[in-house]
Design a binder for this molecule. Structure first.
Ligand code: HAM
Length: 425
């Protein structure tokens, strides 16, 4: 039991984004919003918790993410709620609930930024709270929509400056193809059942595709030589997969086809993909996505195809740092107001309001520090300019403007301060 005076730490697997790091996050989020907007996706924000049933029905009872990793609790009215482990299910629930898919031929393209929660064993790049930039596109069954999502995703990494990327894609096919592939895998793996991990022995009965995704060395060994999904695709699924590949090729986006790529959710039905990046170690997936043509129906909506992806932002930032990519933070110069005496302080309040109203970042000391210490605080805050007001400036309606980078000082008429700063900043 912690004593009353001991400090409280953040829960295991969570991280604070402190002021020193917030510029990077803002830059990445700005890039995400910009690129999504260019591709004509609109922002959606859904709750961080949902009825638990949404994830049981949507993501799947037999997926590890739902069966082992959710944060589930009963609220005061005894309803079972779950912190969202991913973004897709909540978005699908929201667009159904808002009636956005009611019209025949409805097309909805949305993006989101926000935290997700999974009770995983924390390690580098794997946290209990992580953030994703994701998109979901509803209403187009053709491979063109998968391709647009993948192109957006790769464009985002490019704009963020990420290098050393690998895009792998696969198709599990429509429900019928997936069933055939499932049967083939069970047939292939059943003779090796005893050699599988305990988890995968169970999966053989309820979710055999997930065995391909297992990192347990016994499973990795057992799946060697397993048949690739492509061999079991229906004609329609093959045509779809070929269309996606052709569009990626014509956009000159490099990729490889990985016949054993499966992803951890039950909702995927057709093309799935994953992007890995150098500099991350074992948890090297910086994003993944796929098609889920049955999910809207499963969650009670009108049958509507869907496809999308999620990108882990913590992993993206780790990879960018490892690759020594400088993130372009917005750098608006800060003006620091320095006052000699109380009358000057009152005037500085007016100046500070005027500067801020004019869109210029401004701040000042508020705790009565000496002039010397006001300059110290300004330097510590990384201010670009000091605006100094004392007796003589008050009587001459001017201010002394000190450029802290150039180490220059000039006298500026008070009513010309904003124009002057705009010219030199
Ligand atoms: P996911 O592959 O589970 O897919 O997650 C997407 C990305 O989020 C991963 O590639 C990874 O970068 C990051 N991520 C996942 N879990 C963690 C974690 N514990 N710690 C740090 N980063 C993590 C989805 O969530 C799907 N909803 C993507 C999707 C959208 N598919 C279709 N639409």
């Amino acid at each position: 039991m912690a004593s009353a005076s001991s400090t409280i730490q953040a829960p295991k697997g969570t991280q604070d984004i402190l002021p020193a790091d917030s510029a990077k996050w803002q830059a990445i989020e700005r890039t995400a919003r910009e690129v999504a907007t260019l591709y004509h996706f609109d922002e959606i924000r859904t709750p961080i918790f949902e009825h638990s049933e949404l994830f049981h029905r949507g993501v799947g009872e037999t997926t590890d993410i739902v069966s082992k990793e959710t944060y589930t609790f009963n609220d005061r009215d005894n309803r079972s709620l779950t912190l969202r482990p991913e973004g897709t299910a909540g978005v699908v629930r929201a667009v159904i609930e808002a009636g956005l898919l009611n019209d025949q031929g409805a097309r909805v393209k949305v993006f989101y930024l926000g935290p997700n929660f999974r009770y995983e064993k924390p390690q580098k790049g794997r946290y209990r709270q992580h953030h994703q930039f994701g998109v979901e596109a509803f209403g187009v069954a053709e491979g063109d929509q998968d391709a647009e999502c993948i192109l957006l995703q790769m464009d985002f990494y490019r704009r963020a400056g990420l290098k050393d990327l690998a895009l792998r894609i696969n198709s599990l096919g429509d429900a019928e193809s997936k069933q055939r592939y499932r049967d083939a895998l069970v047939q292939f793996l059943s003779p090796k059942q005893a050699k599988l991990s305990e988890d995968s022995q169970r999966r053989l009965g309820d979710n055999p595709l997930r065995i391909l995704d297992s990192k347990d060395p016994r499973d990795v060994e057992a799946v060697q030589g397993a048949p690739p999904a492509a061999e079991y695709l229906s004609e329609a699924s093959t045509t779809h997969f070929n269309r996606v590949r052709r569009l990626l090729e014509s956009a000159a986006v490099p990729f490889s086809v990985d016949g054993t790529l499966v992803r951890g959710f039950d909702y995927y039905t057709g093309v799935v993909w994953e992007v890995t990046a150098g500099g991350l170690g074992a948890q090297n997936a910086v994003g993944g996505g796929g098609r889920y043509d049955k999910l809207v129906e499963t969650l009670g909506g009108r049958a509507t195809p869907g496809v999308g992806f999620g990108i882990g932002l913590e992993r993206l930032l780790i990879a960018l740092e490892a690759q020594q990519v400088a993130i372009a933070a917005e750098d608006r110069p800060l003006v620091w107001l320095v006052a000699h005496g109380d009358a000057a302080k009152d005037l500085n309040w007016t100046l500070m309001r005027e500067l801020r109203a004019a869109g210029i970042r401004a701040d000042m000391d508020m705790s009565g520090r000496s002039v010397k210490n006001q300059f110290k605080v300004a330097e510590r805050a990384n201010a670009a300019y000091c605006v100094i007001v004392g007796e003589s400036e008050l009587s001459s309606n001017s201010v002394t403007l000190k450029d802290l980078r150039q180490r220059e000082q000039t006298s500026v008429p008070r009513d010309q301060l904003i124009a002057h700063l705009r010219r030199s900043a």
